[in-house]
Design a protein around this ligand. Structure first.
Ligand code: TRP
Ligand code: ZN
Length: 877
């Protein structure tokens, strides 16, 4: 790095703003060569600030200032200071009006932050600190203002001009331009500002809130996507109803708009009244969209809608509090999704994500608490820890308080802090207040990083009938943090007798153990036999729990536990145990053989027609390579892959008739519907399909090909395509890929799937193929969806090829990061993730990965985003 290292921002340095902005009036003249932004800010000194003589410092990220006017007086260059970070004005009065004119070049903005262009339209992304790339402002979430926005643009090119709130006025100019004025009555921080200008089509719907407000719902898309709007609008209406029923929250404007854009760094953004979505997170149609994507879209539409209360009406005081809105909103959308389909299946999917990706983050150099104490670049903290672990923390509060008290707590929170910018402490205080609980220790979940480990063991004394469960906890240190104080952990549990019945707990014993000390014994008297414990039901806390279960006990729990999550979990534990043993055996050069108990367990669930097919699908899916890697102290890349492939092949061979029967039983002839039961059948059918192909039985191959060429929906087509590419004969895979591209090349989102399937193929030539695909006419390094589909999928989902022993995978990724470093820092920084995990690999891979990180570090001008991740990854522990 040639320039000075960027500085670290600390939570402990938080001060209230010295100024407030009562009104914000914005005027945009959007042009092909330049865009003029005029702002008029009605400001005053903040009476709560101790420095009533503080200068006015407005954020402005590398802005071109055209004019600055203070209370009607144009300021000359000697009256203010303007640099790369903003504008400073000394001697401003108590109350005043500042007017600024800035000139922007959105067409050159490839960072997709601030005002930029996507497929010929103008759009914005302001969270977290993008507004300062548009105009000078107090770009911090605790400065909330009422916005009025006027947009002026060419009428033919940009017939649609949108911003937050309600359309107040519009008109035509003589020069071919037109204009609209939008008023948002709710005070908001700048990060929730948005505008859109483009040639878009609108699909309309309506919703009547329970108090009778009639809300217009508008979804804006490009003309070719009009057939992909229904699902998002249906999801939105379900989310609106759900939030009324479950949180008593109604929508508060007469208009709710969603816009789909192709160039977007993340999933979607909750701008007030004008949500902007990555097109991949909103557009859906059975022909082009898999079940998984349908569900994801439903969840994200709900997530952004729920932010209207948990995020917008009540927002964050500063960016260290990000989980206040994100953790809570993820908890809300997860509960919503659980209510829309199978709650257990949703829980399994969330736990899988948490345990593979968030636990890995907590064990790596970027580990941070749910409320980080510092950051260099806030964009790097939109993490699995803040989102998913943050949601787990809220979920634990829900468990500890119970549903009714939790609801009283959330009502109090929304009520008390409506229109304010607050902290996670404020949120927890509401929960404490309604429940009469002291959550001081619980709040360590917000301040200590790392994944706590619980070692459990039990003892039964037949003579006295006393059963003792002993729990011990410890949490590994993370960079710069000891995490050594015990966590307050709700452990939901039950005890099973030898027949598999739930043993009634003695009166006064709760099914949630509060485990808050380093070591604790829980004693149960009056037991007539040694029970089998079912621990951490529903995954009641984000921890790693070990208990010395025998394989037979795990089989027993798989079929008897009354908790659906733990039935699945018992199967996963059994499979992990077996896979880990095989990895060791392989490393020792021993022949591999599969414990018959796994085969029997799978046979049992596959044959049981009473079970929910979606659950069966989860049970017969082996733990992923990334989960097995996370569990390893030192990752044996080839060993994990080989052991898992060996088990898949054995299962496929030994259970061929069962997989075939389940495949046939779950193959439906009726046309595609997005509906829980049909989804469940497709999920099991397609898992079975993959096993049938792995078995190498010719009938398997022909079934997969038949499904691929005959499918009437993308779920079935894509499952067959992946199976052919991963496990099929090469000629058949190539034919299918060519056919797929031929049929879907007009659809960008389907082409993304086509890139991903190829990037994930475990064969040796995959990296060459990925390099070649970068030259494909449809590939575009400027589109994050393309980057994620090809480069991201390769680096994150294809362990054996990304971690090739020669380091070519690492070199390839580092080259892409260097290319993207200045072009799109957020995406460049996210691509670094797999390299940050270098300490978990063997010495040679460590050397190769480090060398690439160091090569990136040596680049001339590193973005703050990349600088932070690279330097933390290379820092000594
Ligand atoms: N707040 C958004 C959400 O959780 C996500 C978000 C944060 C985002 N920063 C972003 C989206 C930058 C796009 C670009 O829903
Ligand atoms: Zn969010």
């Amino acid at each position: 790095m040639s320039q000075d290292n960027p500085r670290t921002i600390y939570l402990k340095d938080y001060r209230v703003p010295a100024f407030l902005i009562d009104r914000t009036e914005l005027h945009f003249e959007l042009g092909e060569k330049a865009t003029l932004v005029k702002s008029r800010l009605s400001m005053r000194r903040n009476p709560a600030c101790e420095h009533q003589d503080a200068p006015l410092c407005l954020h402005g990220d590398d802005l071109q200032l055209r004019r600055l006017v203070l209370d009607g007086v144009t300021q000359t260059g000697d009256q203010y200071l303007h640099d790369k970070e903003g504008l400073t004005l000394h001697n401003v009065p108590v109350q005043f009006v500042v007017e600024c004119v800035t000139l922007l070049k959105p067409q050159d903005n490839s960072s997709l932050e601030g005002l930029y262009r996507s497929n010929g339209m103008f759009c914005t992304q302001c969270e977290a600190e993008g507004f300062r790339k548009i105009t000078f402002y107090l770009d911090r979430p605790d400065v909330m203002s009422v916005f009025t926005t006027t947009l002026v643009a060419d009428r033919t090119r940009y017939p649609v001009l949108l911003s937050n709130g309600n359309l107040a006025d519009q008109g035509e100019l003589d020069d071919g331009r037109h204009w609209t004025t939008w008023e948002d009555p709710f005070p908001k921080p700048a990060y929730l500002f948005a505008l859109i200008a483009g040639d878009l089509q609108r699909v309309e719907d309506r919703f009547t809130t329970r108090s009778g407000r009639d809300v217009a719902l508008h979804l804006y898309v490009e003309a070719q996507n009009l057939h992909k709007c229904e699902h998002a609008l249906d999801s939105l209406k379900r989310a609106m109803t759900w939030d009324e029923q479950n949180y008593g929250r109604e929508y508060d404007l007469d208009l709710f708009m969603i816009v789909a854009v192709d160039h977007f760094n993340m999933g979607a953004m909750e701008n007030k009244g004008l949500n902007i979505f990555n097109s991949s997170c909103v557009l859906a149609n059975p022909d082009t969209t898999t079940d998984a994507a349908f569900q994801r879209i439903e969840g994200i539409v709900a997530h952004e809608y729920f932010h209207n209360w948990s995020g917008n009406r009540v927002t964050c005081r500063d960016w260290f509090q990000l989980s206040l809105k994100e953790g809570f909103t993820v908890f809300r959308d997860a509960t919503f999704s659980a209510d829309m389909g199978s709650a257990t299946v949703k829980r399994i999917e969330d736990v899988n994500l948490l345990r593979t990706a968030q636990f890995a983050e907590d064990a790596g150099p970027m580990a941070h608490p749910v409320r980080p104490p510092s950051f260099i670049e806030i964009s790097n903290f939109y993490t699995l820890t803040v989102y998913e672990k943050g949601a787990e923390v809220v979920r634990m509060l829900h468990t500890l308080l119970g549903a009714a008290a939790f609801r009283r707590g959330s009502d109090l929170y929304f009520d008390r802090f409506d229109g304010q910018a607050v902290t996670t402490d404020d949120f927890v205080a509401c929960m404490e207040e309604v429940a009469g609980l002291d959550l001081t220790q619980f709040k360590r979940w917000y301040t200590q990083a790392g994944t706590p480990c619980i070692d459990a063991e039990d003892h039964y004394d037949a003579e006295s009938g006393r059963y003792t469960l002993t729990l011990r906890q410890h949490c590994p240190a993370t960079p710069g943090q000891a995490n050594d104080k015990p966590f307050y952990i709700p452990v939901v549990f039950g005890l099973l007798d030898a027949e598999g019945n739930e043993i009634a707990l003695p009166a006064g014993v709760d099914s949630t153990l509060t485990f808050s000390e380093s070591e604790q014994c829980f004693v149960f008297d009056g037991l007539t036999e040694k029970p089998i414990p079912s621990l951490l039901r529903g995954f009641s806390a984000p921890v790693k729990l070990t208990f010395p279960y025998s394989r037979d006990e795990l089989m027993f729990l798989m079929s008897h536990d009354s908790d659906g999550f733990n039935r699945w979990e018992a199967g996963q534990r059994l499979a992990v145990d077996i896979l880990q043993e095989l990895v060791k055996a392989r490393a020792a050069g021993q022949a591999l053989s599969l414990d018959g108990r796994l085969v029997e367990a799978f046979r049992h669930v596959l044959r049981d027609e009473q079970l929910d097919p979606a659950m069966v699908a989860k049970v017969v899916t082996l733990p992923s390579e990334s989960y097995l890697s996370e569990l390893s102290a030192r990752i044996d890349v080839e060993g994990i892959h080989a052991a898992r492939e060996f088990v898949r092949l054995e299962l496929a061979r030994q259970l061929y008739p069962e997989f075939l029967a389940a495949y046939q039983r779950n193959t439906r002839v009726e046309p595609y519907r997005f509906e829980a039961e049909a989804l469940a059948c497709r999920s099991l059918k397609n898992i079975c399909l993959a096993y049938l192909l792995v078995s190498a039985d010719p009938e398997g191959l022909s079934l997969v090909e038949t499904q691929f060429y005959a499918a009437d929906n993308m779920t079935d087509r894509q499952a067959a395509l992946s199976a052919l590419v991963n496990d099929g004969v090469q000629a058949s895979a190539e034919r299918a890929l060519a056919d797929f591209y031929q049929a879907w090349q007009h659809d960008a989102l389907v082409v993304n799937q086509w890139f991903s399937v190829q990037a994930c193929a475990p064969q040796a030539q995959t990296l060459d193929r990925v390099v070649q695909l970068m030259q494909h006419a449809d590939f575009d390094l400027g589109n994050p969806n393309r980057v994620r589909a090809l480069i991201g999928a390769f680096a994150n989902q294809n362990a054996v090829q990304f971690h090739r022993p020669d380091g070519a995978g690492y070199r390839f990724l580092a080259d892409r990061i260097i290319e993207l470093n200045l072009r799109n820092p957020q995406i460049a920084s996210r691509l670094l993730t797999p390299l940050t995990r270098w300490r978990k690999y063997d010495a040679e891979r460590q050397r190769l990965m480090r060398a690439e990180l160091e090569r990136i570090q040596r680049q001339d001008s590193l973005s703050k985003d990349v600088f932070e991740v690279v330097s933390k990854s290379l820092a000594d522990l």
